[in-house]
Design a protein around this ligand. Structure first.
Ligand code: TPP
Ligand code: SF4
Ligand code: MG
Length: 287
């Protein structure tokens, strides 16, 4: 087993993100979080969706699964149920998770599957050159909404809270140290954890840029927010305007999904023998 260090968590791949992309902040925060947490590299699995965010897979030297668009959560769920000893971290895009993959989101949250979902919420489809995403702010002008996005934006934190997610947080890429601490808290949380990351798409989203967030972002912990107060979390999640909160909105300890599955509660599936006779017995029983 090899502990992560600043040099061994990096790969030698050429980075193709645009200069100034907020994804660099996400990458730095995750590298530092892994080094701080000292989880052996062999025990970390990174699952990514399709989009600019998905390229983080190429730059981190841990196990990985670069999945298809919108399917980060089912892949993570399968990996974690097969081998609970692994730390399973998913990086999804706002289009990827909240559009194509939205159906998986409330169910992973309410089941409390022990996986960590970090969404790169740049409020735009980055890789496909700037189309309107579900989290795009009302009025957002792009090739797909030349007259401005008409419906209100989808609000991931409120959906997570309404789905009984046991850890709900928001970070932003302009404060890498704070984002790193959120990532560490999410990884250490036993259960489903969401960090919706305000990630600046420097090339296509000219509205929610670094200055936009710098002027608005404040930290919940600095205002004495109680992370066990569900209704206070909902109120804070509703704030989006002159002030935008970041930090942990809500955190709760409750049984994880695996504890409802006696077959794998104690021994991971990968460590169980797959006896063919047992399979035949089962078939007989079902016939
Ligand atoms: C099933 C499927 N639908 C659509 C696409 C095309 N596609 C690739 S990336 C992308 C959007 C990416 O946006 P987002 O998830 O927000 O990621 P970002 O590039 O902003 O990180 C789309 C629609 C695809 N690859 N697969
Ligand atoms: S298009 Fe946007 S999200 Fe994609 S790499 Fe460039 S700046 Fe980053
Ligand atoms: Mg996006």
């Amino acid at each position: 087993m090899e502990l992560p260090t600043r040099s061994n968590v990096k790969t030698n791949e050429t980075n193709t993100w645009c200069p100034g992309c907020g994804n660099f902040g996400v990458l730095r925060a995750l590298q530092s979080a892994l080094v701080d947490l000292k989880i052996p590299r062999e025990q970390v699995v990174l699952v990514t969706g399709i989009g600019c965010h998905g390229k983080i897979f190429n730059y981190l030297n841990v196990n990985g699964f670069h999945g298809i668009h919108g399917r980060v959560l089912p892949v993570m769920t399968g990996i974690k149920l097969a081998n609970q000893d692994l730390t399973v971290i998913g990086h999804a895009g706002d289009g990827d998770q909240y559009d194509e993959g939205i159906g998986h989101f409330p169910h992973a949250a309410r089941r409390n599957v022990d996986v960590k979902l970090f969404t790169h919420d740049n409020k735009v489809y980055g890789l496909t050159t700037g189309q309107t995403a579900p989290t795009s702010i009302k009025g957002y002008v792009s090739k797909t909404t030349p007259l401005g996005a008409f419906p209100p934006r989808l609000e991931p934190l409120k959906i997570a809270l309404a789905s009984n997610a046991s850890f709900v947080a928001r970070g932003w890429v302009g404060d890498v140290d704070h984002l790193k601490e959120l990532m560490k808290a999410a990884i250490q949380h036993r259960g489903f954890a969401l960090i919706d990351m305000l990630q600046v798409c420097f090339t296509f989203n000219r509205v929610q840029n670094y200055q936009f967030y710098r002027d608005r972002v404040y930290k919940l912990e600095a205002e004495g927010h109680d992370t066990s107060d569900y209704y206070a979390a909902i109120q804070r999640a509703d704030e989006w305007g002159e002030k935008i909160p970041i930090g942990i909105f809500y955190k709760e300890d409750r049984p994880i999904y695996r504890s409802s599955l006696p077959q794998i509660e104690k021994t991971p599936l990968v460590k169980q023998s797959l006896k063919v006779e047992k399979f035949s017995e089962l078939l007989q029983e079902l016939m």
